[in-house]
Design a protein around this ligand. Structure first.
Ligand SMILES: [Zn+2]
Length: 178
């Protein structure tokens, strides 16, 4: 199914691609432009996003979070294989660096005449299994574990690390500067 076409690209795919080490889509920070790099050294500027059809962004927002490459994601998912219970998590990785009583919340909105409902999970957090992501296992009441990853916070543009608590609900959305 085709995604709906946008005026301005905000889908993030160019940013994501250009952060992949071997991807032909690159970003030139001096010119603030995305381009396709050919093996012979040619550069072809990208004016419209091939994914959503929107005009390419005026400026790339520098991310507050460490980039997790596709390769690293694959490696992380392979860590999750064979793990379905809290017991298995502890057996494989030892005690977590942090344990949150309500580490994740999932909200299912009202739909088709059924009421909205919410679920909270206890979360085991491991900070040293990846250099770019914290690895979190959400544990349900029955002790079932589900692996997730969250980008590590790398501070703002000035390089000043701002100690955002891991997994705060705003993680991933633009932080509101008051
Ligand atoms: Zn786009």
């Amino acid at each position: 199914m085709k995604p709906p076409r946008k005026d301005k690209c905000d889908c993030g795919i160019l940013d994501r691609w250009s952060n992949e080490p071997d991807h032909p889509v690159r970003f030139d920070p001096a010119l603030n432009e995305y381009f396709i790099a050919s093996k012979s050294g040619g550069k072809y500027q990208i004016y419209y996003c091939p994914f959503c059809g929107g005009a390419t962004p005026e400026s790339r927002r520098s991310s507050l979070f460490a980039h997790v490459t596709d390769k690293e994601q694959q490696r992380i998912y392979s860590l999750f294989s064979g793990i379905s219970t809290e017991r298995q998590v502890i057996d494989k990785f030892g005690r977590p660096d942090e344990e949150r009583q309500v580490g994740a919340m999932v909200m299912h909105p009202e739909k088709d005449g059924k009421p909205a409902r919410g679920e909270a999970f206890r979360t085991l957090v491991y900070k040293n299994l990846s250099t770019v992501a914290d690895i979190c296992f959400n544990i349900s009441d029955g002790g079932r574990a589900r692996g997730t990853w969250i980008q590590k916070h790398i501070g703002n543009q000035d390089g000043q690390p701002s100690p955002r608590p891991y997994g705060s609900p705003e993680a991933g959305s633009p932080s509101g500067q008051a």
